[in-house]
Design a protein around this ligand. Structure first.
Ligand code: CAA
Length: 377
């Protein structure tokens, strides 16, 4: 880790232990999101980490931002993912928005005062994202949106939404991306999902019924929306990987600490080689995941974004999180399965990491397509 990353982790370790950890268990139970925690992260400079200073961002590298996501996730995947998705939205605005759109929407997001959300999925268009059905019909001065979006992270608490909707024919070329604001007429929130994990992070439907979105809220041009979504996911996916690494690291920390103090058969259970090997494997998988995440971030920082490596990093680190958190519960045994210790929450939080921002089966599709392309050419 470089100096900046050590400093980021020091600041965020203190913040999470003082301001996130004390509420984490109760808020998971009560499904409570605290905007004041998010805003406090913003006040510390983490609201728009990778965005240019011109628009209020911190101008940090993705590599440094990943160390921040990792640290926050040690206490709460919910806040880490809220920040990661909002950062992805900001990158979309920065990469594809015009000057006016950047000036209008970025400062509130980069400061952490407001949250951004990404709306691609629909009930019948999850993995097959380009089959989405929400329509945006051209009308005088703008577009009329009709349809609905599903499983949208931060829906209801976010103010700025990047919504993919169909302006043309079938397939990816008929999709456009729009900036939709909370409160626009015809835009409502649907049911709030009751989830296994990420319970402090709200997930809801978005409903559009004759929602008028002005021309100036179209991103780039008609038909460009699928590319906007896919290229954003290229960076979003490895930040999900960084969150998975933080979650895994915390689960390992809990398992090692517990096994050094818990005695059975007159010795700490850490001394049993069966458990030592489990923890050695956990540590190794975490280290491998971290290296892949950081290499993906480095590539993007160097202007050589690599969607295939990002898919590999997401696949490896989130499968690792599922395995490591499950093993942590196993090492803690009976108490690991109770809410007396946080590892049961970690195990529940890990599951959806294998599903969001493209299921791990979709990551394999991306990797396999790249293999085919390389070997065909
Ligand atoms: N960057 C830029 N353009 C890209 C791209 C990328 N990474 N990947 C594809 N494209 C372009 C292609 O070049 C192609 O353009 P042309 O026709 O001009 O060549 C176009 O997009 C269509 O590409 P494909 O033919 O590959 O598209 P497809 O329909 O076969 O789908 C897929 C590919 C990888 C399966 C894609 O649908 C996918 O990623 N699905 C998963 C969806 C997903 O990740 N959803 C996540 C929801 S967000 C979320 O989870 C956030 C949260 O809540 C935390």
């Amino acid at each position: 880790m470089n100096e900046t990353q050590l400093e980021i982790q020091k600041v965020l370790e203190r913040f999470r232990l003082e301001q996130i950890e004390p509420y984490a268990e109760d808020d998971d139970r009560d499904e409570k999101f605290r905007i004041e925690i998010y805003r406090a992260l913003g006040a510390l400079g983490f609201g728009g980490m990778t965005l240019p200073e011109e628009f209020g961002g911190a101008g940090m590298s993705y590599e440094d931002a990943c160390s921040a996501f990792e640290e926050i996730a040690k206490s709460s995947v919910a806040y880490a993912v809220t920040l990661s998705v909002s950062t992805m939205v900001q990158s979309i605005l920065n990469n594809f928005g015009n000057q006016k759109q950047k000036e209008k929407y970025l400062p509130a997001l980069t400061s952490g005062q407001e949250i951004g959300a990404f709306a691609l999925s629909e009930s019948s268009a999850g993995s097959d994202a380009s089959s989405l059905k929400t329509t945006a019909k051209k009308v005088d001065g703008g577009y009329m949106l009709n349809g609905s979006k599903c499983w949208i992270s931060s829906a209801g608490v976010a103010k700025t939404y990047i919504v993919m909707a169909r302006t043309g024919g079938e397939g990816s070329k008929g999709v456009s991306a729009f900036i939709v604001e909370d409160g626009m007429k015809g835009f409502e929130y649907g049911k709030k999902e009751r989830k296994m994990g990420w319970r402090a992070s709200p997930t809801r439907e978005l409903l559009f019924q004759n929602c008028f979105v002005p021309d100036e809220n179209l991103l780039k041009e008609e038909g460009f929306g699928f590319k906007v979504a896919m290229s954003a996911l290229d960076s979003g996916r490895f930040t999900i990987g960084a969150i998975a690494v933080g979650l895994s690291q915390r689960a390992l920390d809990e398992a090692v600490k517990y096994s050094l103090t818990r005695e059975q058969f007159k010795q700490p259970i850490f001394d049993f080689q069966g458990l030592q090997f489990m923890m050695a494997d956990m540590a190794t998988e975490i280290a491998a995941s971290r290296l892949m995440v950081m290499q993906s971030a480095k590539n993007l920082d160097a202007g050589a974004s690599d969607g295939t490596l990002a898919a590999m990093a997401k696949l490896k680190s989130t499968d690792t999180a599922m395995k490591v958190t499950t093993d942590a519960v196993q090492i803690l045994g009976g108490v690991g399965y109770t809410q007396e210790y946080p590892v049961e929450r970690f195990m529940r939080d890990a599951k959806v990491l294998q599903i969001v921002e493209g299921t791990n089966q979709i990551q394999r599709v991306v990797i396999a397509r790249s293999l085919k392309k390389n070997y065909e050419s």
